[in-house]
Design a protein around this ligand. Sequence first.
Ligand SMILES: [Zn+2]
Length: 255
Amino acid sequence: MAERRLSHAYMLAGPEGPERENAAVRLAAALLCAGPEPPCGQCRDCRKVLAGIHPDVIWVRREAKDSELRREILVGQIRRMTADAVLAPNEAARKVYIVDQADRMNQQAQNALLKALEDPPGHACFILCAAAADGLLPTVRSRCVRVDVGAREQKDAGMSDLAKGYLEAAASADRAQIVLYCMNRTRLSREDTEAFAEQVKDAVRDVLCGRAQDPGLGREGLFHLAALMDKTEDYLRHNVQPKQIFGLLAAETLR
Ligand SMILES: [Zn+2]
């Protein structure tokens, strides 16, 4: 089994909605999955996470008061979360805390979270969902692996940004991050997927020629990505759909 390097804090940046929520659930499954290629979707942990009934996935949301939602996530909620995070998981190897609308945490709540991010219990992972990353303290942001989700990225990101994001995800060697990256690309058109492969190859070439800095892939890692892009172009020629191609990339990027 490939060694997994996982971060203990992620920030899912993107507009509120089912897409972001879905990404958080998939990421939680990837973090808890016991299979060799998380999230496998088949193991007991994956199935429970996807069904929303895993006891080691804990959502933190704005609380209701007088039948209305409070404006902010309060420090008491975050303290309860971090106190719970110290306790061992119920079933899985880890515990995942998903803070929805994390940009609604007030300053005090963020400072309480920061302490947990600075010295996290070994088994705890935190996923912060936020529409506006700058609603979070820079000290909180800097401790999270940022993953952009949702329409904004698909629409606005230039192709070279896409390639850059892919290289960075690959360099992180963080399987959950790579899976999320690929998951967010499954709706690219064939043309865009072709352009993506071309851009990644250009970016690899730039690093190999010393025109750009190596994000941490090393020569072998760079050659591996270039070979994967050749494979991608081959798949496209054989009419494999982008959705399947990105599924394959999610599985093979780390090998
Ligand atoms: Zn699984």
